[in-house]
Design a protein around this ligand. Structure first.
Ligand SMILES: Cc1cc2nc3c(=O)[nH]c(=O)nc-3n(C[C@H](O)[C@H](O)[C@H](O)COP(=O)(O)OP(=O)(O)OC[C@H]3O[C@@H](n4cnc5c(N)ncnc54)[C@H](O)[C@@H]3O)c2cc1C
Length: 433
């Protein structure tokens, strides 16, 4: 019987294993893929780079190498993660172990598929680190069989050789982060690119006035966002973006959240301004020969359609009665022998998973006591109501990431000095000691 079974070995699973190893728990790691890294291993393109600068995306106790560029690429990130696993002395990693089902009866029974065999693992606690990107969302395009071109999901773009994309008419459906990632890659290969999208997003240049935009995200600016009336925020920020930077994009009528703020590099910004990449606000209707016909009957000639339609967040091996609106985003009041790590999108993803893991391991060790079930539910509802008013999902930490991290850190009895400039203006290094 294990103390802890960690499901998934991306950033969150690595953080959890680091703390389990440090506190000498008896743990096992189950990862369905053949290597570590999670979505960086399975979903990123070879050409993908970080969207945040490297010092926003590193373990507090092991920095990204100095010779790495500001936005490291997929291979550099995977190398960094492997090195961290090595120096953290993380053991008992099992690849090609796909968790199929869980049962709880005083302890967890974890049913796993390993190649053609099914095995059962027993553990007192589990950490669910399986990520927010589950199965790809494939939209149903009518008349698909009549289409003469090719249709793929963004995650499969790696399967197409770059020569096959050269000078082709490429249509992207969806305008989120994966669309931007793909545009960076295909804009070197083709100038016939259309992006079909439904909702306006905040496209923010990755650097503003020579400073990386991420450095504008600090406790001062986040507090300002929180205090400004939203209409003022949209008009003011929208106005600045639209006219000062001559943005070719339409401004959304909703404040920032994790899904509608997209980092855009200068090259893509310019190509959209020059109309080499066309953003078309419309919806796909059906396919005809080589055309994608839109709801407004506009025809988009397409050799290849890439679905940048994202992923579903459901956790296949979980029973439906455990949702993941959790206390402190970690513990479900109905089932407190299980922790969720990494289900809170933010601009400090690594630091958040690192903190959540440390908290969860301390909870397993009995160093942190949970409030009563009713109180946990009350606190969840309090946050839910607040976020509902902002029209933001419960798990989204765009607005309260610093507050949330400070809170978790305080529960670990670690307090940072507020009377320093770095506290207010820098991205914090949480839980170094
Ligand atoms: C191309 C790309 C660029 C990104 N850039 C940034 C960025 O710049 N900044 C930022 O903050 N975030 C970025 N992200 C977001 C990224 O998702 C997070 O930063 C982080 O990597 C999430 O890690 P995770 O471990 O929580 O989840 P994941 O990386 O999704 O890992 C989950 C792991 O669980 C495994 N798993 C799932 N189901 C099972 C099962 N049934 N049995 C066993 N194992 C299972 C999966 O195989 C996977 O290895 C990017 C994501 C992508 C894809």
């Amino acid at each position: 019987m294990y103390d802890l079974c960690i499901i998934g070995f991306g950033i969150s699973g690595i953080c959890c294993a680091k703390w389990a190893e440090k506190y000498k728990l008896k743990y096992i790691i189950l990862e369905k893929e053949k290597d570590l890294g999670g979505c960086w291993f399975t979903k990123a393109l070879e050409s993908s780079t970080l969207q945040s600068p490297k010092n926003f995306y590193q373990f507090p106790d092991y920095k990204m190498p100095q010779d790495y560029p500001t936005f490291p690429n997929k291979n550099q990130i995977l190398k960094y993660l492997k090195e961290y696993v090595r120096i953290s002395n993380i053991k008992n990693i099992n690849y090609n172990y796909n968790v199929l089902n869980l049962e709880y009866d005083n302890f967890w029974k974890i049913f796993v598929k390993k190649k053609n065999k099914q095995i059962k693992i027993k553990s007192r606690y589990i950490a669910i680190c399986s990520g927010i990107y589950g199965e790809p969302n494939i939209i149903d395009l009518k008349n698909r069989n009549n289409f003469l071109g090719q249709i793929i999901h963004s995650k499969d773009l790696n399967t197409i050789k770059s020569e096959e994309l050269k000078n082709k008419h490429i249509t992207l459906i969806g305008n989120g982060a994966s669309c931007m990632d793909i545009l960076k890659y295909i804009s070197d290969l083709s100038t016939n690119i259309n992006v079909i999208y439904r909702k306006n997003k905040w496209y923010v240049l990755d650097s503003i006035l020579g400073i990386y935009t991420y450095f504008y995200i600090n406790r001062i600016t986040v507090q300002m966002w929180n205090k400004l009336p939203h209409i003022f925020f949209i008009i003011f920020i929208g106005y600045v973006i639209k006219y000062l930077f001559l943005s070719p994009f339409e401004i959304p009528n909703k404040i920032f959240d994790h899904s509608n703020i997209i980092m855009c590099n200068k090259k893509i910004y310019n190509l959209v301004s020059l109309n080499f990449i066309k953003f078309v606000k419309d919806e796909p209707n059906y396919l005809y020969k080589n055309y994608l016909v839109l709801k407004t009957n506009k025809l988009i000639y397409s050799d290849i359609i890439i679905l940048c339609t994202g992923y579903s967040t459901n956790i296949s091996f979980l029973k439906s009665n455990i949702n993941h609106n959790n206390y402190l985003h970690i513990i479900n009041p109905q089932q407190n022998k299980c922790g969720f790590i990494g289900f809170t999108p933010s601009y400090n993803w690594v630091q958040v998973s690192y903190l959540q893991s440390r908290w969860f391991i301390n909870y397993i060790l009995g160093n942190i006591k949970l409030p009563e079930k009713k109180i946990m539910e009350y606190k969840i509802n309090q946050v839910l109501n607040k976020k509902r008013k902002l029209n933001i999902p419960y798990n989204d930490l765009t607005y309260d990431c610093f507050k949330y991290c400070d809170n978790i850190q305080n529960e670990l009895m670690i307090y940072t000095n507020k009377y320093t400039l770095s506290y207010w203006f820098q991205n914090p290094d949480y839980c170094m000691n």
